[in-house]
Ligand binder design. Structure first.
Ligand code: CP3
Length: 344
């Protein structure tokens, strides 16, 4: 039965005439109904921890556009918070966290076994969604990959070059490795609990994988993804995993095979034609449309959408953006993109 869903077919390696579609950050500030619900919740974190309202914003883009997948509404920075970091969001700027710069800081974090005390509302959101989503819509759970989560925990904020995390990695590798190990274990627990609650697919977001080069990429992007996916597959062999080592470039080649991921999400720094040749041979590929087209629209949006579909039409493909949709996007452009994909 479940295999009838178009997203699950693509993840199982099936080539389909029309690729299924969803969009990173599809529940977000570009939608007036999201802004209204967020205002009702008070702020972003209150929305994340309110199961009814988090489920509501997750469902909004499904109602409006009929996407083939819905992604749980939450954030990758809830894991640091569950481990004991302070977390808050500064409007117009982004996340802020207490920083970790030493082994003492890592040791002061809570045990992995205690994360559910903070994260149980998220599992509640998943349960609500599992019962309320249309039967053809796939429910995707997610977490940040350890490197990306560590960059925020170390710097206390988003950074252009992940400098503070690179510094700790190079100057105090014992503390850095201990932090990575802790996040890895917490991520396995968190994703397993999402699957138990009803997530049908899980996705690992490694937004800053591109700043890891050579052996560092293998050690801190590929290895942790492999460890997480191996642990999940041992318990849930039928739950597909999507990996997103953003801006990995040549590092994308072989990443799915090496980690056990069922699908590679790709950013827009590589071409769809290159992805067809070098990545889709190993399985499903998702992504690639530059988010800016959701702002600028027009003929270019339609022609780029069709070009990506054409390049990836001979293998398993899920249509998506190369990164999240931005708050200045026009909701009508999303419909134009969907129409362009579905009319072929
Ligand atoms: O994709 C979805 O719709 C699901 C929900 C989701 C959010 N964040 C909601 C969110 C997901 C999957 C994420 C992942 C996430 N969060 C990542 C990885 C993906 C990526 O974008 O690279 C990262 C790095 C974060 C951390 C984070 N959360 C940042 C840096 C910010 C601030 C930047 C911004 O866009 O404002 C957030 C906030 C955030 N997470 C928002 C949403 C909808 C905006 C918050 C708001 O409503 O004010």
């Amino acid at each position: 039965m479940a295999q009838q869903k178009t997203i699950l077919k693509a993840l199982a390696g099936e080539t389909q005439e029309v690729p299924p579609i969803w969009m990173m950050r599809q529940a977000g500030r570009y939608l007036p109904e999201y802004r209204a619900t967020r205002a009702q919740a008070g702020d972003f974190l209150s929305l994340c921890y309110n199961p009814e309202l988090a489920a509501e914003v997750t469902l909004q883009p499904i109602r409006r556009y009929g996407f083939d997948a819905s992604i749980l509404f939450a954030d990758i920075l809830l894991i640091p918070q569950a481990l004991g970091a302070d977390l808050w969001f500064v409007t117009g700027e982004g996340p802020r966290l207490s920083t970790i710069t030493s082994m003492e800081g890592v040791d002061a974090l809570r045990p992995v076994g205690e994360i559910d005390a903070t994260l149980s509302p998220i599992y509640e959101t998943v349960k609500i969604l599992a019962s309320e989503l249309p039967k053809e819509t796939t429910l995707i759970g997610f977490a940040g990959a350890p490197w990306t989560v560590a960059t925020y925990m170390i710097a206390g904020r988003g950074t252009p070059d992940q400098g503070p995390a690179h510094l700790l990695k190079n100057e105090n590798p014992a503390a850095f490795d201990a932090l990575m190990a802790k996040i890895t274990q917490a991520t396995i627990e968190y994703l397993a609990a999402q699957i138990e609650a009803g997530a049908e697919v899980v996705k690992l977001f490694d937004s800053w994988a591109g700043s890891l080069k050579g052996a560092d990429f293998q050690r801190y992007a590929l290895q942790p993804a492999k460890e997480i996916i191996t642990a999940l597959k041992a318990q849930y062999p039928n739950t597909p995993v999507i990996a997103f080592p953003r801006e990995a470039g040549a590092g994308y080649i072989g990443f799915a095979k090496a980690t056990g991921a069922d699908c590679l999400a790709i950013d827009n720094s590589i071409s769809a034609e290159w992805a067809a040749e070098n990545l889709q041979t190993d399985g499903c590929v998702q992504g690639n449309l530059a988010s800016k087209h959701m702002v600028t629209g027009g003929d270019k949006l339609v022609s780029e959408t069709k070009r990506i579909c054409k390049a990836l039409k001979n293998g398993p493909h899920i249509f998506n953006l190369g990164h999240g949709i931005t708050p200045d996007a026009d909701p009508d452009n999303v419909q134009r993109m969907i129409d362009a994909v579905r009319e072929g």
